[in-house]
Design a protein around this ligand. Structure first.
Ligand code: PXL
Length: 292
């Protein structure tokens, strides 16, 4: 019997921010812990993420092209592709070329359309990046915008208050018409309850909508969206159903926030992933998803 290499490989297209536990510094440890081989395709190199008061930034667009060309010559094969923070709008074309050259029918493509939070774009993000991201989500199986990114993708005015299930379902459905089978929207406020927050998900293939609600702690930590989508990706690649994947990701983020919240701490450093990564080894104990 020949023992085959069954290890699944995933290309992770994100920046490397040296401080702050965002992007690759969340994606790599999480997906590695979940049993995948991560192959980073770094989009930019930053001294720290862009929510710090100052940072250095090197755009890696040209180097990405060289890396992909090199991979092509070596006829490498990957099982999944996962993109997040891009360093320039031009990188959308690099990702589309990567998918064209390497993606097989059965491979998973996850696009986290990282653009902004709390109603505005991150520093350095341009309207051109929004347009390009709208194009990139067409090539994804799964997308995971937060509320801000959802409204930018839909080209709608940002709404900060609560939104009823009917409206949210129509937003998710509209995003799915761009192309992705699965749309997951995070950080949705819960009506009349500032202590809770929800994640909504829609599967266009079976037409079902899901919701997971969990406690909201009053603190903002950059990188939780990256950690969330990484767990979703790992979970789906392990064969979990969509509601179980959103349950696992939501619970992991809550564990990370709880592990961090009690310290007198600069929240810009992100959640203390090191303290909770081991939880990804075990299945969740209690499921809280609802079909809506
Ligand atoms: O977590 C999103 C993110 C990723 N990468 C960089 C960022 C941010 C959010 O601020 O600045 C460089």
């Amino acid at each position: 019997m020949i023992i085959q290499n069954q290890q699944k490989r995933i290309v992770a297209v994100h920046d490397l921010s040296c401080i702050g536990r965002v992007s690759l510094m969340a994606v790599v440890p999480i997906l590695t812990t979940m049993g995948l081989q991560v192959c980073p395709l770094p989009t930019a190199l930053l001294s720290c993420h862009t929510q710090f008061p100052e940072y250095t930034f090197v755009d890696l667009t040209d180097e990405m092209k060289r890396i992909v060309e090199n991979w092509k010559r070596q006829r490498l094969h990957f099982h999944a592709f996962y993109t997040g923070y891009l360093g320039s709008p031009e990188q959308v074309q690099v990702v589309k070329d990567l998918l064209h050259d390497f993606k097989h029918e059965e491979d998973l493509v996850v696009v986290d359309p990282v653009l902004g939070d709390n109603g505005s774009l991150y520093k350095g993000m341009s309207p051109q990046m929004v347009e390009e991201m709208r194009e990139l989500v067409r090539h994804a199986n799964v997308i995971s915008p937060n509320m801000t990114e959802m409204f930018f993708l839909l080209d709608e005015q940002y709404r900060s208050g609560t939104i009823d299930d009917r409206d949210l379902k129509s937003y998710l459905h509209e995003l799915s018409t761009f192309g992705p089978e699965i749309v997951i929207v995070t950080s949705v406020p819960v009506e009349d309850n500032p202590h809770m927050t929800s994640v909504y998900a829609y599967n266009r293939i079976d037409g079902r909508y899901w919701k997971v609600t969990c406690p909201f702690l009053p603190a903002h930590y950059p990188g939780t969206g990256d950690a969330f989508t990484s767990v979703i990706t790992g979970s789906l690649m392990q064969g979990d159903s969509l509601p179980v994947a959103i349950d696992r990701a939501t619970q992991f983020i809550l564990q990370g926030i709880r592990a961090t919240f009690g310290y007198d701490y600069n929240n810009m450093e992100g959640i203390m992933l090191e303290k909770v990564l081991h939880n990804l080894d075990s299945p969740i104990q209690v499921s809280t998803y609802e079909l809506i």
